[in-house]
Ligand binder design. Structure first.
Ligand code: PEP
Ligand code: MG
Length: 591
């Protein structure tokens, strides 16, 4: 924690990034950088060799204990599936071939054990990395991680990892993958900041679902900060302040108490209806990434789950979850959501949600590549167990299914055909499912929006994934912080596409939701309501804010706004109109 004395002695420095998960937090930082440390290299005498072997053995034992502890902690906090990643790490420390090779080289070269171990591990890593097999490449990473840990234990240093810093801290890293965030110990990581990333990167989405303040896109934070620096992290405004001055701390104290009052008021909305002042009900549901997010869904007052991103269930494990494991998970979620429902999205690997154990990690351009429904339609071994598990869960609650990255009617029909095959199989096996389960299409590729008229004839509903729809329409990589200024939710093309999708749905009596990050940003609530969206699904932490916005708005005025902006040519002007309306109705949410 920054002390007043220390912070006044060293000048404060501010770093502006992108705030992706709200909240203000103060703590010291732990800078996570993966550079390899220098490995000592010196000759040892023959009589010193038994001592080197003993050091090696105790480093292996210490490493094994640390991995087991970490596995235990992660299993307790986010479930045993996520802890499975460390099985591979344990195999490395227990691998007899590696250990014997180290001992042989020690005898032969008569060098210190660090140097010998490093040589052997590096050789293994280089061999595995050179292979054209994503699974084995991943094993190279495991060996790299474990060997770094063994070397630190040999040097007597404490392990440096995301989860093993024993004091509460703010984590600063170059990047955090969804797998990193999935295994983060949230009791200790009070907030995080990364050099790369943008508002709709999955790192950001995970931060939101973990409900910890986060700022991404800080470019050089890992170089400019040092572990132990006191910082203030402002997830609302995307600011990281190192050695905050007393004046800054005072100002933030004021902001925090104002925010605290707003948060308290928002809590009182939990059981109120999500309807506009003139009585239009807007379904407000929550997005979840991990089964552990259920609790926050319930406390947010959301009407069920509008997007369950099932891919996080598949990450950090050597193989895909079985049909039964998935069924148990979906059933638990469906039962917990009652009387509301859950929309389960089928696996969307690829893009920044790479899952190398599923063989998707080797593409040059993964966002345009073999991802989501394209992947599933070719991997029946993965797709069918998931569909069967979802169908079976539909017998236990209000379950809907939706397919990600549908580009047009043929892909849609192909997915529906597989679903029908699964229904037939289950019928033949005498297993129950809801025959009337709604099946929806995500609209996140411009071609699907433009062809939404034919999709609307067959799909029960649409859920607009604005994160990808914006990325693909404007050709702006959603992960690239260099071009975030071009990532414009109010681009006229986006407004027109949303309107087109809603119009198609209306013509065929379907309903439309929005489940991208735009749904959780109260700046856009008037526009989305005015365009005729029926459901908004956002991170659970954002649901109360959106509810407050909905309750403050008037549907008639929102429709007028939407009509007006459809005739405007620039994103800046449309954004300004939305902001004016938002400020007029709920200024406290934007302050
Ligand atoms: C989207 O693209 O808006 C969406 C909800 O899916 P994801 O963010 O998981 O790609
Ligand atoms: Mg998407």
């Amino acid at each position: 924690m920054a002390t007043a004395d220390k912070s006044s002695a060293i000048p404060e420095k501010r770093f502006q990034g992108v705030g992706v998960s709200p909240g203000i937090v103060r703590a010291t930082v732990v800078v996570q950088n993966h550079e390899d440390e220098e490995v000592p290299d010196y000759a040892v005498r023959p009589e010193e060799i038994p001592g080197e072997i003993a050091r090696f053995e105790s480093a292996l034992v210490a490493t094994r204990t640390q991995i087991l502890e970490m596995q235990q902690r992660i299993a307790e906090s986010v479930g045993s599936g996520n802890a499975g990643i460390f099985d591979a790490h344990l195999l490395v420390v227990e691998d007899r071939t590696v250990i014997d090779e180290v001992l042989r080289l020690l005898e032969k070269e008569q060098k210190n054990i660090e140097s010998v171990f490093h040589q052997v591990a590096s050789r293994y890593i280089a061999t595995l990395e050179a292979l054209d097999d994503p699974y084995l490449k991943e094993r190279a990473l495991d060996i790299h991680d474990v060997s770094r840990r063994v070397l630190r234990n040999l040097s007597g240093k404490s392990p440096r990892t995301i989860t093993l810093s024993s004091e509460p801290h703010i984590l600063v890293a170059r990047n955090l993958t969804p797998s990193d965030t999935a295994v983060m110990n949230c009791d200790l990581v009070l907030g995080f900041a990364t050099d790369v990333g943008s508002k709709t990167s999955h790192t950001a989405i995970m931060a939101n679902s973990l409900n910890i303040p986060a700022v991404v896109g800080l470019h050089t934070a890992t170089q400019d900060l040092e572990t132990g620096d006191p910082v203030l992290l402002d997830g609302y405004n995307g600011m990281l302040i190192v050695h905050p001055s007393e004046q800054t701390l005072y100002e933030y104290g004021q902001i925090e108490s104002r925010r605290g009052r707003v948060e308290q008021e928002l809590e009182t909305l939990r059981d109120t209806r999500s309807a506009t002042r003139d009585g239009s009900h807007i379904i407000l549901s929550a997005n979840i990434e991990l089964p552990g997010d259920l609790e926050s869904v319930q406390s947010s007052g959301a009407e069920g789950i509008g997007l369950y991103r099932t891919e996080f269930f598949f990450l950090n494990r050597p193989d895909a979850p079985s049909e039964d494991e998935q069924f148990e998970n979906y059933r638990t979620i469906a039962e917990a959501c009652k009387p509301h429902g859950v929309i389960i999205r089928t696996l969307d690997v690829g893009g920044d949600k790479l899952s190398s154990n599923l063989g998707t990690a080797t593409e040059e351009n993964p966002f345009l590549g073999w991802r989501a429904i394209r992947f599933c339609l070719e991997r029946m071994d993965i797709f069918k167990p998931q569909l069967r598990a979802i169908l079976r869960a539909s017998a236990c609650g209000n379950v809907r299914i939706m397919f990600p990255m549908i580009s047009g009617i043929e892909e849609w029909r192909a997915a529906v055909r597989v679903l029908e095959e699964c229904r037939e199989e289950l019928r033949a096996e005498g297993r129950s499912f809801d025959p009337a389960m709604e099946v929806g299409a995500m609209i996140e590729i411009p071609s699907a929006a433009i062809a939404s008229d034919s999709l609307a004839r067959e799909a029960s509903f649409f859920s607009i994934g604005t994160n990808d729809l914006i990325q693909y329409t404007i050709a702006v990589d959603r992960m690239n912080d260099r071009i975030t200024n071009l990532y414009q939710p109010t681009h006229p093309a986006i407004v027109r596409l949303i309107r087109m999708v809603v119009d198609s749905a209306r013509r065929h009596g379907r309903w439309v939701g929005v489940c991208g990050e735009m749904a959780g940003d109260v700046l856009y609530t008037p526009l989305l309501l005015g365009l005729g969206v029926d459901e908004l699904s956002a991170g659970a932490a954002l649901v109360p804010r959106v509810k407050r916005a909905v309750q403050a708005l008037d549907m008639f005025a929102c429709r007028t706004l939407a009509e007006e902006v459809c005739g405007i040519e620039t994103h800046a002007e449309i954004a300004a109109r939305c902001e004016t309306m938002a400020r007029a109705h709920y200024p406290e949410l934007l302050a």
